[in-house]
Design a protein around this ligand. Structure first.
Ligand SMILES: *Cc1c(COP(=O)(O)O)cnc(C)c1O
Length: 445
């Protein structure tokens, strides 16, 4: 664009007030947000003109921004992807009791209040008590998420000293959460031992010295090293930690409370780790535990107390809504009713049950086929294991378009697109949503 034409294009840019008045969609967002959105798009257009490009369609960009705010709001969607713990769809769906607990705690609630004495008390003591009881250990504490639990424990127990970790466990977990970076942020020094595929007890014992404060074991949740591998049994690490007089912390990742079978057989669990002699374990609330986002630390009372007193504890504490949902989830375990949690039900659904539901779904959609496929646990849990499932397969010339049409239904439906087909996996759909899904499907095609 010539200079003159650019000057002309700049002068031709619309005025904020006029656009705010003219774009009807802006009525829904309130005047302050409306002006901000319009100004942002005009500024972007000005940048484009100065860079020699076309200003673009400013009203269309504003409408699209308003629409984007509406579509992205945190509301119910249907997860038909077959990824049970879909991090981008909010991980574990909560059961009815946990949802009720969130609603109740949204009001005034005795978060740090002793209902008997009317005096200030420890924050939300029920969840830590239940965790300690269920894992048969001394104490527990709840923080914002498992990354925070690690950050807190490393800082409180090893700041200024060394933490020994196997090179095979220096993991990155989705969203650029890297263990060495968390370690650095905590103020503890990382002492890597062994190699990626093989670490022996000797590697640990050789590294233990006067600066050692902690031995950390991390479940490499989201990948598996296969082939020529070696790691010392947990009992050897317990022995080494006791010999050295330093605590052993095991980040088990996914939050199984007790050992499970079948697809979860290789997942570590809190009760076994504690019984084996780990001084502390930490795990997430919203992975296999099936609860809200939370980080759970459990183990020796003196170590938990040091974590509680650390200044970082206040910065990573869990909010009352998560704590309420976590209490409800843990009660399901305490009462032996955890099999009813949505995550458990989804993992346990059989091919036959899913096939029956799939047949009902496809009644309304003649071009759909039912095929065999696999679901995955997701959330960085149980890598390399898939669950046999049935998929409703929709063959179309433009699968991306059908998937996009499903995502703009009310409620939106998230499906998989693979090899030119849209695939719907009912494993991750609540059976009570089947009818809604069928209607959404009928509309979207
Ligand atoms: C998922 C995971 C984390 C992070 O947990 P968040 O609750 O997402 O913060 C940390 N360590 C391990 C081993 C994990 O699997």
């Amino acid at each position: 664009m010539s200079d003159e034409r650019a000057q002309e294009a700049l002068r031709a840019l619309p005025q904020v007030d006029r656009l705010v008045r003219d774009i009807g969609e802006l009525a829904t967002v309130g005047p302050v947000v409306a002006r901000w959105l319009v100004r942002r798009e005009i500024d972007a257009a000005r940048e484009r003109v100065l860079a020699g490009a076309d200003p673009g369609d400013i009203p269309a960009a504003v409408r699209s921004a308003v629409n984007g705010l509406s579509l992205a709001r945190l509301r119910k969607v249907i997860n038909a992807t077959g990824v049970v713990l879909h991090t981008n769809l909010g991980r574990a769906p909560l059961d009815a009791a946990a949802r009720d607990a969130i609603l109740a705690a949204a009001d005034a609630t005795p978060l740090e209040m002793d209902p008997v004495s009317g005096e200030r008390a420890a924050r939300a003591p029920v969840a830590p008590t239940l965790v300690a009881a269920l894992l048969d250990t001394e104490d527990a504490m709840i923080v914002n998420n498992n990354a925070a639990a690690l950050l807190l424990a490393l800082g409180a127990l090893a700041r200024g000293g060394e933490v020994i970790v196997s090179r095979g466990e220096l993991i990155e977990i989705g969203g650029a959460f890297r263990l060495p970076d968390v370690m650095a942020a905590s103020g503890a020094r990382l002492r890597e031992v062994g190699t990626t595929n093989r670490t022996r007890l000797r590697d640990y014992t050789d590294a233990i010295g006067e600066h050692t404060r902690l031995i950390l074991k991390v479940h490499p949740s989201n990948y598996r090293i296969v082939g020529f591998t070696e790691e010392p049994p947990l009992s050897d690490l317990v022995w080494a930690a006791r010999e050295a007089g330093v605590p052993l912390l095991f980040d088990i990742g996914s939050g199984l409370l007790r050992p499970e079978e079948d697809v979860l057989a290789d997942e570590p669990d809190g009760a076994t780790a504690i019984a084996a002699g780990c001084d502390l374990v930490c795990f997430s609330g919203d992975k296999l535990l099936g609860g809200p986002q939370a980080g759970i630390l459990a183990g020796r009372a003196d170590l938990i107390e040091r974590c509680r007193r650390d200044p970082v504890a206040r910065a990573v504490r869990a909010d009352k809504l998560s704590l309420a949902a976590l209490e409800a989830t843990l009660w399901a375990y305490a009462r032996g009713e955890a099999d009813g949690l949505p995550v458990r039900r989804m993992l346990a659904a059989t091919r036959e049950q899913l096939a029956a539901r799939a047949r009902t779904l496809t009644d309304a959609v003649p071009e759909a086929e039912i095929i065999d496929g696999e679901s995955v646990v997701g959330g960085g849990s149980v890598p390399g294991h898939a669950l046999p499932t049935v998929l409703v397969s929709l063959r179309t010339d433009r699968p991306e378009r059908l998937a996009a049409a499903l995502r703009t239904q009310e409620p939106p439906v998230f499906a998989r697109v693979e090899a030119g087909r849209v695939l719907i996996d009912l494993r991750t759909v609540h059976p009570t949503d089947d009818a809604t899904l069928r209607e959404a499907l009928a509309r979207a095609r």
